[in-house]
Write a protein that binds this ligand. Structure first.
Ligand SMILES: C[S@@+](CC[C@H](N)C(=O)[O-])C[C@H]1O[C@@H](n2cnc3c(N)ncnc32)[C@H](O)[C@@H]1O
Length: 354
């Protein structure tokens, strides 16, 4: 089986953005392929020559992709007979190297979710057979490639692999978080997921530590502030809307009924977070202003994307911020991600490099 495509999983409805982004980034990496996708299918195929696809997954950093949740290289669709799917996989994995783990996933659509039981039930027998044939290491090993199987339905699959140090660590690209019962809004999960995505767990103690000061722009009813309070930070919450009562009783929150675009902290804070439902360019401009003026060490914010040309809008926002940092002569680590808990929006992270 030759490698013929790079598969990128994404949120249903964001196939065009995922395609435009990989097309741009792969071209910059010297790969000249094209995308095939259908709207609302939850994944995109980038087709190119075998050696070029391998070059993309080695040289493009997965972390730099905003819209793709997961990726892997694979051959063409393989037919699976419901009587013996294990043998069909085994007979169609030429080109897949010796792997350290195996994941069987489905796309994140209603039809895809119906395959979750089959994914689970197929994993153990397939892994056992692959181990016997020496295609899979005896023990889980994340230093060598991970075999990825995407079930498209009960009878069709894509069989491929990726390198675990350059892919999403959650196999289907989704971090499932439990909605906390006492949080003021479901939005709370966006900030929690953003921390998991942007901050290595080993650095949480240092970068999300008790006693830090934080500003939350567009804070009401308080889902993001709740996360900051839970980590024992002191928070200035900016919003004309009301904050949920319990939060105010913690004594850690000061509510300012002001315009988030005008608020200036009295002294530098570690965190500025912003979920203001406002124009993305206006938000990007303000976020860059905070970093250039050194009002915060790190920022996490949402860019709302209700418009048609979402990818172009995101590019314009990133270019504006890049320009501002260049003019100020500062280096800033700047990343964005379409998180699982994001809908028509993406989440971004800025951190000034000193
Ligand atoms: C999506 S909600 C924020 C939800 C919040 N992050 C949470 O987890 O509960 C957006 C908020 O932005 C606020 N907002 C919009 N424009 C604003 C502005 N210019 N200044 C302050 N707040 C603003 C709105 O009042 C609204 O409460």
């Amino acid at each position: 089986m030759a490698i013929t495509q790079l598969v990128l999983l994404c949120r249903q409805g964001f196939e065009a953005e995922t395609a435009a982004e990989i097309q741009d980034i792969a071209t910059q990496a010297g790969c000249f392929g094209y995308c095939k996708t259908k709207s609302d299918q939850g994944w995109v195929s980038y087709v190119a020559e075998d050696h070029q696809l391998k070059q993309v997954v080695e040289h493009v950093r997965f972390r730099n992709l905003i819209f793709a949740r997961q990726w892997f290289i694979t051959g063409d669709v393989v037919e699976l007979s419901p009587r013996d799917r294990v043998s069909d996989v085994l007979n169609n994995m030429e080109g897949v190297p010796h792997c350290g783990e195996i994941e069987i996933v489905h796309v994140d659509t209603n039809e895809g979710k119906e395959l979750s039981r089959l994914c689970r039930s197929l994993t153990a027998p397939l892994a056992a057979t692959l181990r016997k044939k020496n295609k899979l290491s005896a023990k889980r090993n994340n230093k060598i490639p991970r075999m990825m199987i995407l079930l498209l339905d009960g009878q069709q699959a894509l069989i491929g692999y990726h390198f675990t140090n350059n892919a999403c660590k959650w196999p289907d690209g989704i971090l499932h978080l439990k909605s906390p019962k006492d949080a003021p809004s479901r939005s709370t999960l966006k900030l929690e997921e953003a921390w998991h995505w942007f901050i290595p767990k080993r650095q949480w103690g240092e970068r999300l530590s008790a006693g830090m000061r934080a500003v939350d722009l567009g804070a009401a009813p308080g889902g993001w502030t709740w996360q900051l309070v839970k980590r024992n930070m002191m928070v200035d919450a900016i919003d004309n809307g009301p904050m949920k009562g319990d939060l105010m009783e913690t004594g850690q929150v000061t509510h300012h009924t002001e315009d988030g675009f005008r608020f200036v902290p009295s002294k530098k804070v570690h965190w500025m977070v912003c979920d203001m439902a406002e124009s993305p360019i206006k938000v990007a401009d303000r976020m860059a202003h905070w970093i250039v003026n050194d009002w915060c060490a790190e920022a996490i914010f949402n860019l709302k994307l209700p418009m048609k040309k979402r990818y172009q809008e995101v590019r314009a926002c990133f270019e504006l911020m890049e320009q501002k940092f260049e003019q100020a002569g500062i280096e800033v680590d700047m990343t964005g991600k379409h998180l699982y808990h994001d809908r028509e929006e993406i989440t971004c992270h800025l951190r000034r490099c000193y």
